[in-house]
Ligand binder design. Structure first.
Ligand code: NI
Length: 140
């Protein structure tokens, strides 16, 4: 029986310029080894594909910066979150300065639902910055 935790070594053939690029990234990003970087690249790709396929539950973190003084915007953002409460896991609000509020909203659901919600909030008048980090379960 094979152990699912077992690490298997295999060899990959790469053209020299591509290998050089890989090694530069290892150094630049502070990886301990090529293997560590390649594992991360594969996991990133798996998360992306899970989102593209769209058939399983994933999680996203929406980061927004918005104008505190934009009339009714704070209430509007809260109303949307309450309407979608099933999907909203948590949110954190930081008052950055007199005008700017930063909020991170953790959302669970199908990729299309999370994308729709993110666009709805990000598209509100007075939201100055909006970025969705796409995450999913990833095997070891
Ligand atoms: Ni604030």
């Amino acid at each position: 029986m094979t152990n699912p935790e077992e690490t298997i070594r295999f060899s990959v053939s790469l053209p020299k310029p591509l290998l050089d690029e890989l090694d530069q990234r290892v150094v630049r990003k502070g990886y301990a080894s090529r293997s560590e970087l390649v594992r991360d690249l594969i996991r990133e790709r798996i998360v992306e594909e899970t989102w593209e396929r769209g058939d399983e539950e994933v999680a996203g973190v929406l980061t927004i910066v918005y104008d505190h003084h934009q009339r009714e915007l704070t209430q509007h953002i809260l109303d949307i979150q309450h309407r979608q409460y099933v999907h909203i896991v948590a949110s954190t609000h930081v008052h950055m300065d007199h005008h700017n509020c930063l909020e991170t909203i953790i959302i669970r659901g199908m990729p299309a639902e999370i994308e729709r919600l993110s666009l709805e909030i990000g598209g509100l008048r007075g939201v100055r910055f909006s970025e969705l980090t796409r995450a999913s379960r990833v095997s070891n």
